[in-house]
Design a protein around this ligand. Structure first.
Ligand code: ADP
Length: 370
């Protein structure tokens, strides 16, 4: 496959005029952070003033379309940035990119990703219970099911059907247990296989974020597709994530799958909030005895070795499976159970890290992590 060059991308962007300056995007020095990897293209459009984001959105779309039309391009992600005052634009060295949330995401304070090195480790179960625990704590919460390969939120939250659209352009999220929910699963029939082309997967998160009327949220929890490939990496880079939670089973820790997840976020400068060990041990529902089937505790040690925080452990328990598979996750259906408490403790740690607030509502002292 022929490799796309920087010159080809810039050639495509020269053809687009910035209506504000009257010059083309390249001449107007608006393009920064151009990166091409395996024919996936990313760049930023520097707009000077964050207040212009809405006005400049059509320009961003035009730029994406133009680059997407270059033969061989697999995906394009263009983001709006407002790092430099226009007057100084020429003299400033390239800076760290800041992703500008689009319209739908404008009132979301923190967006966090829940990720895993591979499928089936309980990432979605953990995401939904963390989201509901944050809600139980009194926060406004949204749940975005970006697991386009196997959307599970319709089942786990008992919500189905197509979302409404009042204006024909943006979608209204559904509501379940007091949280707002959006899932690719709403857009496709339940038993139809979803066939996604790479570029669609990569654009999906941005779209679900920007084209959905989320309203004001304290936290949006994003259930990422499993794995650590390019699609996941591009997704993680395409939205302004405040942090990531990595879910792992004890075996995966041993097999380094969780490490891959960590490394993916480290590549993107997204802070890793910590690791959750799921299916950590087996709690016998009959006798209450704890068995460490998979060698419990690995994640705590591994997290320490990797220099990242350990957020907590969740046992392998039938109630966790039956409740989440029947649309009533354990945090809402058995809020006082030990399992619900475990999820709540994890959510509390996540919220402390995001907001700096302690459980009593006071600001925690600043902790500097190296
Ligand atoms: P992923 O999102 O990583 O693919 P899911 O959250 O869909 O994984 O979980 C896979 C299956 O395992 C589901 O049927 C879920 O109910 C079950 N499961 C997840 N965590 C637990 C747990 N701690 N105890 C029992 N069953 C669990």
């Amino acid at each position: 496959m022929a490799q796309i060059s920087e010159a080809q991308v810039l050639d495509a962007l020269v053809g687009i005029i910035d209506p504000r300056s009257g010059g083309n995007l390249v001449e107007s020095d608006m393009i920064s952070g151009l990166a091409i990897k395996d024919n996936m293209v990313q760049f930023s459009l520097e707009i000077g003033d964050p207040a212009l984001a809405e006005e400049m959105e059509p320009l961003r779309k035009k730029a994406e379309t133009a680059v997407g039309e270059i033969p061989g391009v697999l995906s394009v992600t263009a983001i709006l940035t407002a790092e430099r005052p226009r007057a100084q634009a020429q003299n400033t060295a390239p800076q760290k990119q800041q992703k500008q949330p689009g319209k739908g995401a404008a009132k979301i304070t923190h967006i966090i990703a829940v990720a895993s090195g591979k499928g089936g480790v309980g990432k979605s179960t953990t995401s939904v219970n963390i989201a509901l625990a944050l809600k139980a704590r009194g926060l406004e919460v949204g749940m975005l099911d970006a697991d386009v390969y196997g959307p599970s939120m319709p089942r786990m939250l008992g919500v189905q059907g197509r979302p409404d659209s009042a204006d024909g352009k943006t979608l209204d999220p559904k509501e379940s247990n007091g949280i707002k929910v959006m899932s690719m699963g709403f857009m496709v029939e339940e038993d139809q296989p979803v066939v996604w082309r790479g570029p669609m997967v990569m654009g999906a998160l941005q779209q679900m974020l920007n084209d959905v009327n989320w309203g004001k949220l304290d936290v949006l929890v994003v259930d990422m597709p499993p794995g650590t490939g390019d699609a996941q990496l591009t997704m993680a880079q395409s939205v302004p994530l405040a942090g990531a939670v990595i879910v792992s089973t004890p075996q995966d820790i041993a097999l380094l799958d969780a490490r891959k997840g960590l490394n993916m976020f480290r590549k993107t400068d997204v802070p890793v909030l910590g690791i959750v060990e799921n299916m950590s041990y087996f709690l016998c529902p009959k006798c209450g005895e704890q068995s460490d089937i998979f060698g419990h505790g690995g994640a705590r040690d591994e997290a320490a070795k990797l220099g990242c925080d350990f957020l907590g452990e969740i046992p392998l328990h039938m109630d966790i499976r039956t409740t989440s598979d029947s649309g009533t996750p354990i945090v809402v259906s058995q809020p006082d159970s030990a399992h619900a408490q475990a999820y709540k403790a994890i959510a509390e740690k996540v919220w402390q890290k995001l907001s700096g607030e302690t459980a009593s509502g006071r600001a925690a002292p600043n902790i500097v992590m190296s």
